[in-house]
Write a protein that binds this ligand. Structure first.
Ligand SMILES: [Zn+2]
Length: 100
């Protein structure tokens, strides 16, 4: 399953890089296996995190909006809290797996 809501939002509202303060799109991995996805877009004008995800716990595709804050997490309807994976951790793991 792919994430399409935020893509659509960006196209429909003609969002430019200058319009947002944060935009990320990451795989959620467990033990090096991709289990889910999260994409977050925060616009300068409202500070709302538009969050689209595939829950790593139940596999459901979801879209939620909440006020942007760090550290950021969002709750799936199944009760699972989805956190934004740190890029540093992913990079470290990638380096480690290359060595192995
Ligand atoms: Zn879930």
């Amino acid at each position: 399953m792919e994430l399409t809501e935020i893509k659509k939002f960006i196209a429909t509202n003609n969002i430019k890089p200058d319009d947002f303060i944060y935009h990320t799109w990451r795989d959620i991995e467990e033990d090096g296996v991709s289990k889910g996805k999260i994409r977050i877009l925060v616009l300068k004008k409202d500070n709302i995190a538009r969050t689209e995800f595939i829950c790593p716990s139940c596999g459901k595709h979801g879209y939620k909006e909440k006020e942007w804050e760090r550290p950021f997490s969002i709750k799936c309807d199944c009760g699972n809290t989805i956190k934004v994976p740190k890029l540093k951790d992913q990079a470290k793991r990638e380096m480690k797996s290359r060595k192995d």
